[in-house]
Design a protein around this ligand. Structure first.
Ligand SMILES: CCCCCC/C=C/CC(=O)SCCNC(=O)CCNC(=O)[C@H](O)C(C)(C)COP(=O)(O)OP(=O)(O)OC[C@H]1O[C@@H](n2cnc3c(N)ncnc32)[C@H](O)[C@@H]1OP(=O)(O)O
Length: 719
């Protein structure tokens, strides 16, 4: 797990070997302890180089070990032994030096990095802090403000930035190990005292208290209830104010609290869930590892509204040539201007040249004849989309993948309108498509595994969290959103305000409560869908019967607001009021409160006091319950798929792991009991009826989330 060689006669070369990222497992740590001892006791060795195999230094502690009892030598004394060594130790950093990997490098006396290497202390994103001395050494090396930035955000820096900050001593474009060996030879015999970072004082910083206060305030605001970023600030404060040994003790105390927290478990679950969704599988048995994607070099986007523009930008930024088609000249010109602006701004942010010439604009669908993949993003109208798909089938070269960006229509119906339904999949992007991380890849019963593999691979290339899901109304994300929104409407009828509901959800950790989110995305979107479903009835009918539609409880509140022209931010009025149309700062609206009062009076509803707990239970458990239905129906392959969708596309707080993980943490029996409780109170609300999968899981003793698959499989085999 750590190999030892003597090179250039007097340099001990230690190579970490633990594919794929040389994580510091118990065996690797033991290997480091043994090989360092060997190098230090060999009189022929004058200096030591530590590197990692396969072009990666070290991805940090082995996260898989966190769930079980720690064995093997601990990291802190191991790093301390390196720092105390009487021979220079040089870290040769290729690929990544992250977390414990960078902490190991900070224990070395010198660091040489390849120009393409990336370094960072991302522990905060796993609900932890750099507790192998990283929170104490980094501020001593690069100063408090820079260390705070790196440790509280967990961001990775390039080798160039690491050099500028003083994290590394040299950057090379050539063989890093060779450069490190040469360097190690050149420093052999020099005094190592100035190179032992733990012995340095923290660089002086004027008005330390004010700095920490300001940073703590910012961090609390952006943490949305996450505890690790706050502990990170406290640990760096210890580095700035205490001697090293006491700082280390504080680091240990803070880490002990984080390490066993539910948040750390949730964040580590997210890390593995994001990787697990790449190993997709379909009910047909097709899988990621047996389905070969087709190469995609040239793509087309049909329809250049908001979604089409974002998708065009995302594709061009990935390096693809894109044909962007819009039939109306005026719209095409406007889209060209908007897309160019987005590309220019994106390029400026990333410090690269804008990919303007990768996009060709056309009014003619014939222009897409030779592309490998098309993404249709025209208006959500089945007749229009069907026409586009028929045109595409006639125009495109054989084998072109036809994707629809629909968020609501039936992908399988569209596929059936084409001669090659196996080439059709949904690619459901989220607005703005060049920014939002989530992509649902929607397969129908006839989509070929190759089509799914191609869309998934393209999504990955675009940097998206791509999740393969089955075809159903709303797919996964929007299907689960429906009961969540409906419960929020019902709560308003029963006495809550948009402010109360949003506050409860935002304190839970959502980036935006349901009503602020609805104002942002536009109330007319849902109105149009409800109209299409025949749910919207104009008029002033009152009483309970007016709120039962299609046999179930219905709240017309959203429809009534739309009838008033209150579409949200874009009209300056919605569930809140705004200074002007397009403004983003939501203010409480007395009109809305009187409207709710009048509505309740008209319908004979008596407002009651609703607390945050009821808001959370009704909105979140209704959403989670739909998640169980989705698993039961085989629309999502596993709970990780649902959780990645909610964390990366719907503002679900990452430190709560996603809705299904959250249900697992709360306890499935408790979720079931609360759903049964609310269902008894609201028998006319089907989405509060607990799913049979939830009941089965509870009956099976509420197995941990990674074992749900066994119960789901049993259920399917009995159907
Ligand atoms: C009470 C005191 C206890 C003290 C404990 C000491 C604590 C130390 C703190 C830490 O070091 S925490 C870990 C910090 N490190 C990270 O957060 C890095 C995580 N990894 C990455 O960011 C990326 O994997 C990468 C290293 C940049 C490589 O990215 P790439 O896209 O090339 O590959 P991936 O698909 O992400 O990963 C490949 C494969 O490797 C698994 N993996 C990655 N990192 C780790 C790790 N640190 N431990 C265990 N496994 C890791 C990953 O899950 C993938 O596995 P798969 O099975 O192929 O999906």
């Amino acid at each position: 797990m750590a190999e030892y060689n003597r090179v250039s006669e007097c340099v001990g070369l230690i190579t970490l070997r633990n594919p794929p990222v040389n994580a510091l497992s118990a065996a690797v740590r033991q290997g480091i302890v043994d090989t360092v001892e060997r190098a230090l006791s060999d009189p022929n060795v004058k200096s030591v180089v530590i590197c990692g195999q396969n072009g990666i230094f070290c991805g940090g502690a082995d996260i898989k070990e966190f769930g079980s009892k720690m064995t093997g030598p601990p990291l802190i004394p191991m790093i301390h032994a390196i720092e105390s060594a009487n021979k220079p130790v040089v870290a040769a950093i290729e690929g990544s030096a992250l977390g414990g990997g960078l902490e190991l490098a900070l224990g070395c006396h010198y660091r040489i990095a390849h120009s393409k290497a990336r370094l960072g202390l991302p522990e905060v994103s796993l609900g932890l802090l750099p507790a192998a001395g990283g929170s104490q050494r980094l501020p001593r090396l690069i100063g408090v403000p820079a260390a705070l930035n790196l440790i509280t955000t967990g961001r990775h820096v390039t080798a160039a930035e690491a050099l500028q900050l003083g994290i590394v001593d040299q950057v090379t474009d050539h063989n890093t190990v060779d450069a490190a060996v040469k360097f190690a030879l050149s420093v052999a015999g020099r005094s190592l005292d100035p190179r032992r970072i733990s012995t340095h004082p923290c660089p002086q910083q004027p008005d330390l208290d004010a700095l920490f206060e300001e940073v703590m305030q910012k961090v609390r605001q952006s943490a949305r209830g996450a505890i690790a970023p706050i502990a990170c600030v406290q640990a760096v404060r210890a580095a700035a104010t205490l001697p090293y040994a006491q700082g280390m003790e504080r680091e240990r105390e803070l880490m002990a609290t984080l390490f066993t927290s539910g948040q750390a478990r949730a964040l580590q679950y997210c890390f593995f869930a994001e990787r697990a969704v790449g190993r997709w599988r379909m009910p047909s048995g097709a899988r990621w590892d047996t389905s070969k994607p087709r190469p995609v070099h040239k793509a087309a986007v049909i329809g250049l509204g908001t979604m089409g523009r974002g998708i065009t930008v995302a594709l061009a930024q990935t390096g693809l040539s894109v044909i962007a088609v819009e039939t109306q000249e005026k719209q095409l010109m406007e889209a060209k201007q908007a897309i160019s602006g987005m590309l220019e701004r994106g390029a400026k942010r990333r410090g690269v040249a804008p990919a303007l010439d990768r996009v060709i604009y056309s009014q003619n669908i014939q222009a897409v004849a030779d592309v490998d993949l098309v993404i249709e993003a025209v208006f959500e109208d089945i007749a229009l989309k069907t026409k586009v798909f028929q045109q595409l089938s006639a125009v495109c070269k054989p084998g072109t993948l036809l994707c629809t960006n629909t968020s609501a229509l039936d992908v399988d119906q569209l596929a059936s309108e084409t001669p090659n339904p196996e080439l059709v999949v949904g690619m459901h992007f989220f607005a703005p498509a060049h920014v939002m991380k989530l992509l649902e890849v929607v397969y129908g019963p006839r989509s070929s595994p190759q089509a799914v593999a191609t869309a998934m691979q393209l999504g990955k290339k675009m940097g998206k969290a791509s999740v393969a899901v089955g075809n159903c109304r709303g797919f996964v994300g929007n299907r689960m959103l429906k009961p969540y929104i409906e419960e929020a409407f019902f709560l308003l009828e029963e006495g809550a305000t948009p402010e109360l509901v949003d506050q409860a959800l935002e304190e839970f950790g959502f980036s935006m409560g349901v009503f602020r989110m609805s104002d942002l995305s536009g109330l007319d979107v849902g109105w149009r869908v409800r109209k299409g479903d025949g749910l919207v009835e104009p008029g002033t009918a009152s009483g309970r019967s007016a709120r039962i539609r299609q046999g179930r409880r219905y709240s017309p509140l959203g429809d009534l607001l739309c009838e008033e022209g209150r579409f949200g931010q874009k009209t300056g009025r919605g569930w809140y009021q705004y200074d002007k149309p397009g403004s983003r700062v939501a203010r409480s609206d007395p009109w809305l409160h009187s409207f709710l009062g009048a509505y309740r009076a008209q319908h004979g509803l008596v407002a009651r006091r609703i607390d945050h707990q009821e808001v959370l239970e009704r909105c979140l458990y209704a959403l989670i319950n739909e998640g169980f239905h989705i698993l039961d129906d085989g629309i999502a392959a596993g709970p990780e798929d649902i959780d990645v969708i909610y964390v990366s596309g719907y503002g679900w707080p990452r430190h709560r792991g996603g809705p299904m993980f959250y249900a697992n943490m709360v306890g499935l029996a408790k979720v079931l009991e609360r759903l049964e409780h609310y269902q008894q109170l609201h028998p006319e609300v089907p989405h509060l009826q607990p799913s049979s999968l939830l009941r089965r899981l509870v009956a099976s003793g509420s197995p941990p989330i990674h074992k749900w698959g066994e119960v789901i499989k049993k259920l399917h085999s009995q159907l």
